[in-house]
Design a protein. Sequence first.
Length: 201
Amino acid sequence: MRPAPGYAVPIPITPSYLALVLGLAVMFAWPPVHTWYFQWFLSAKATELADERRARVHCNTLFDTMLDPEMLAAGHASPVTGKIVLQKPWCGILMDYLSHPQRASEKELWSLGMFTHESMHVRGEMNEAKTECQAVQRNYRAAKLLGVPEATAKQNALDYYNNGYQERGRIGGMQSAYYSSECAPGKAMDEHLPDSTWDTP
Ligand SMILES: [Zn+2]
């Protein structure tokens, strides 16, 4: 044992300190605590994205999803209660994205877009095309809030806009409800945010 700087004698590791550290390690390795913490973290970030309207994020388990009347939607949110539900396995996909944002898959970028989209519902918008366009412009902000480094956040948000979002327009059908050609830099739905995903011409 070597003393810590400024101490003449080493600081002994007491059994109670050891128990505390081990206890915390075990607790956070336990999946429900991990999910609980992630939900708490997402709730705080969604609230910021929703301009301080209180959001509560819940990650559905497979069982929750089976009982959810909106089980076919990957996620849903209520502007009245502020509750955001992400179905299985989307919380896990979002967690994967945050663990390696610089090599995000298309699906992982989709999970970021979904998180921002549901936050926009809590913010008060219910029209799907408008909600999605507000999300597209805030995905850069959202990724940064979730801890993604700035340059990667920008690239991820642009990739989603240029690929995932444009695809919605091409697929048509139900997806077209989430798409508008006016959702583009300088077009009608551009909110001219100072930290927008895109740069307004
Ligand atoms: Zn929606």
